[in-house]
Design a protein around this ligand. Structure first.
Ligand SMILES: Cc1cc2nc3c(=O)[nH]c(=O)nc-3n(C[C@H](O)[C@H](O)[C@H](O)COP(=O)(O)OP(=O)(O)OC[C@H]3O[C@@H](n4cnc5c(N)ncnc54)[C@H](O)[C@@H]3O)c2cc1C
Length: 380
């Protein structure tokens, strides 16, 4: 029987493997990709899609077509857990599949605190991940901005919070006629992990647009029409974004696999689970044991060729550990925040600057990245 590779999630770290599925099938391996949607959205352009700079089609990759046109099997489903001893995957719809080698690129999610009097989540509360939520939010906000001077709240003052705030502002400008009040709940401080020069530029841009930045404490509960702080203070809201830190997919905890401190799949330098050498992973869902990595797409993208090579090696030469390549996270990465209105803030090594040029550089890099992978759809 042919050996079976299962890819869980078609995220940023699996792009090169997805592109090379025909190499696996040509060698007689069976490849199954399990993902909850037929498309994967490039998160770096998500806030820009919210603000209307990009259409959803501009930022997505046709996972299902790319898989099936190369002889792979695509299952629209979600993996709930695996049984590593039986090498068996269990999905949300109750499917059970066995594998010889498996790779996880199932990403991360934004935890939502229980809220509302009955503990339910308000229907005007949107998380910034998955990126499909930003698409839905954009439609709903457009309706709201046509009706009244709404209050839009953003819980979280980190990179995704400020990018979302800036692009909500852009969406409102484009939609009119009303002007929303945008309030950012930034806990102990806006962009608190970042260089003071980054903080200053981000703050200047957002405050200049009249945004209210709250830095005196944490949000305790989010209700349909108001937000309650730990201090008891309350603020009205018509629409709320949850932009707090992300948590890796819960699959690994549910499967009893070795995990890092944040619940991500523990992997070694080969992006491989040391206890179960047929299990690999990349992107936000792993904890890279040699060095803790930020949850940024840059690392997922850099892991692509290593994952693809090691998956092939694991299928071709089971047990031959020396066939694997190790992942080197590489040097300091380029950070550019899209603050809407054609403005950005860029940081690389000691260089920091803000303005239109910063956004133009991000736009160029992001468009080039997604076009490279969208081109696969056309060449198959
Ligand atoms: C608003 C926002 C903006 C960002 N901007 C940037 C940026 O400009 N640059 C940057 O480097 N980083 C950015 N990031 C961080 C970046 O999003 C993540 O680091 C990146 O998405 C990680 O890629 P990933 O492939 O691991 O996860 P994801 O992009 O989340 O992909 C995971 C995939 O797995 C699928 N999946 C999920 N659960 C399951 C399951 N149970 N079974 C099967 N499939 C599943 C999902 O549908 C998805 O397709 C941003 C994040 C946010 C929220």
């Amino acid at each position: 029987m042919s050996r079976h590779l299962i890819l869980v999630g078609g995220g940023h770290a699996h792009m090169v493997t997805l592109e090379a599925i025909h190499d696996f099938t040509d060698k007689g391996f069976e490849v199954t990709v399990i993902a909850p949607a037929d498309y994967h959205y490039y998160s770096g352009m998500g806030p820009g899609m919210l603000g209307g700079t990009y259409a959803p089609d501009d930022i997505r990759f046709a996972t299902k077509n790319v898989v099936t046109s190369q002889g792979g099997i695509f299952l629209r489903d979600k993996v709930v857990r695996i049984d590593p001893d039986l090498r068996r995957v269990v999905t949300e719809t109750g499917r059970e599949l066995t594998y010889d080698v498996i790779s996880f690129n199932a990403g991360s999610y934004v935890p939502v605190p229980a809220a509302g009097e009955d503990g339910s989540t308000p229907d005007n509360l949107y998380t910034v991940k998955p990126i499909e939520r930003l698409m839905a939010a954009s439609k709903r906000l457009t309706d709201l901005f046509r009706q009244k001077d709404a209050v839009v709240s953003i819980v979280g003052g980190g990179p995704s919070g400020v990018e979302v705030a800036g692009n909500v502002w852009q969406l409102a400008k484009r939609t009119g006629p009303y002007t929303p009040k945008i309030r950012i709940f930034a806990g102990k401080g806006l962009m608190h992990r970042f260089d003071p020069r980054v903080k200053r530029r981000v703050r200047h841009t957002l405050e200049h647009r009249g945004m209210d930045i709250r830095e005196t404490g944490y949000v305790k509960e989010v209700f349909q029409d108001h937000i309650r702080m730990n201090s008891g203070e309350q603020f009205p809201t018509d629409f709320t974004f949850m932009a707090l830190g992300v948590t890796p997919s819960p699959i690994f905890t549910a499967s009893g696999l070795p995990i890092g401190p944040d619940g991500g799949l523990l992997v070694n330098e080969f992006l491989q689970c040391p206890e179960h050498p047929e299990i690999f992973g990349g992107g936000d869902c792993i904890h890279f044991n040699p060095k803790s990595l930020d949850k940024v797409g840059v690392y997922a993208v850099r892991q692509n060729p290593i994952l693809c090579h090691n998956l092939m090696a694991a299928l071709e030469k089971p047990g031959a550990g020396n066939a694997f390549k190790s992942f080197d996270p590489g040097p300091d990465y380029l950070l550019i925040f899209n603050l809407g209105g054609g403005m950005g803030v860029l940081k690389k090594h000691g260089i920091v600057f803000g303005g239109r040029l910063a956004f133009k550089i991000k736009d160029y890099i992001d468009r080039r990245f997604i076009r490279r992978f969208q081109a696969i759809e056309r060449t198959l």
